[in-house]
Design a protein around this ligand. Structure first.
Ligand code: FES
Length: 382
């Protein structure tokens, strides 16, 4: 049976329009301006200034906060736009190694925009912070990459009332948020429950004591010291319920141990609307020391480095002077995503890899400890 062609009047009209397409286009082109299009646009120039990605930073001040924490203030080469609660990556070449570490920003976004100034709260807890504590001085040059992270107040999903639970240097993002509230950059009320073992371990207490209590209520909680005007013990559901409003967002930043304890308390909380927490960069593993051979492929180069079983593969590669990509150092951003060729390993905390990564053998060296000799393929750092 032959195909019956059905005449469609609108189909013919489309064909006519199509016939006119080329002449119409030529007509519009001939009527257009001969002036060349601009090669850059104001909006892109402003965006490049506010989001420089990587920039130079000069150390301008060091302030001792507690016996193991210092505040480092940097002058940036250009203002950086960030949300209070985000972190940046501090970068410096130490010997042959290019070292990157993420640190929370303690200063407010306005300080960066108006004064090109950024303060990072750094606790002595590893290779880079040891270097900073022992060697860094005013005038030293660094690089800063960022900002990054999603630990900030989100008005669309968070309640106007926020209970912030901080432990130790986990106070950093809340310091930035408190300043942003005072400066009118953020619009929420914060009740800050700040825990430490003893009063002398509280970071930035002088700054916290000056905050307007109608906007930010600060409650200090000491685990190993009883003092008038301070809560005593752990930051438990009972304590949170004591200060909690009817409905609120709970934000947490602190140690893994404190996070685990708080997770166990969540079901006992009254009025909890949503919970968000920030993971710290992974540190040393407490295990009987052993050293393995780590074979690393980067592009067409092959390196053999020593890998200690109590440090992550990322730290071992950095110690050996290899330039490898990283950002969050907590298994969350995927910057260090690498292919496993062989070897046994353990992952710090819960395995947060995607199912496809587990199936096809990808790891995040920033949260991976070696349990045998290993071989991995790592992307080139940019
Ligand atoms: S550095 Fe972010 S996942 Fe490894």
């Amino acid at each position: 049976m032959g195909y019956k062609f059905k005449k469609q009047i609108f189909g013919w009209m489309d064909l006519l329009r199509f016939k006119k397409l080329v002449p119409n286009r030529e007509k519009h082109l001939s009527e257009g301006s001969e002036k060349p299009l601009p090669t850059s646009y104001k909006v892109n120039e402003v965006a490049a200034i506010l989001h420089p990605g990587l920039q130079k930073a000069t150390l301008t001040a060091i302030k001792e906060e507690t016996k193991d924490t210092k505040a480092y203030t940097f002058e940036l080469s250009s203002p950086m736009l960030f949300r209070a609660g985000q972190y940046v990556t501090l970068r410096k070449k130490i010997g042959d190694s290019l070292i990157n570490r993420p640190y929370g920003v303690a200063s407010s976004p306005l300080e960066s925009l108006h004064n090109k100034s950024l303060t990072l709260m750094i606790k002595k807890a590893g290779f880079f912070s040891d270097y900073l504590f022992d060697n860094a001085k005013v005038g030293d040059e660094f690089e800063i990459v960022g900002p990054a992270g999603f630990f900030y107040y989100e008005p669309l999903t968070d309640k106007k009332e926020v209970i912030a639970v901080a432990g130790g240097s986990g106070i950093t993002p809340f310091l930035a948020m408190a300043k942003a509230i005072v400066e009118g950059q953020e619009d929420f009320h914060m009740t800050l429950l700040y825990g430490a073992n003893k009063e002398e371990e509280l970071i930035a207490k002088d700054e916290l004591d000056k905050l307007p209590q109608d906007k930010i209520k600060v409650v200090y909680v000491l685990a190993n010291e009883e003092k008038k005007g301070y809560e005593h013990g752990f930051i438990s559901a009972e304590l949170i319920n004591k200060y909690a409003p009817e409905s609120y967002t709970l934000m947490f930043c602190g140690s893994d141990g404190m996070g685990k304890f708080l997770n166990g308390e969540l079901k006992k909380l009254k009025g909890l609307h949503n919970f968000k927490s920030e993971k710290n960069a992974v540190g040393m593993r407490d295990i009987k020391p052993a050293t393995y051979k780590l074979t690393v492929h980067i592009n067409d180069q092959v390196y053999e480095v020593k890998a200690s079983n109590n440090e992550t593969l990322l730290v071992s590669m950095e110690r050996a002077g290899l330039s490898v990509p990283s950002s969050c150092r907590a298994g969350g951003c995927g910057f260090c995503h690498s292919k496993l060729v062989s070897g046994k390993f353990s992952i710090a905390g819960a395995d947060k890899r995607r199912l496809a990564d587990v199936k096809f053998g990808y790891i995040h060296p920033c949260v991976t400890y070696p349990d045998s000799d290993m071989e991995i393929i790592v992307p080139q750092a940019k």
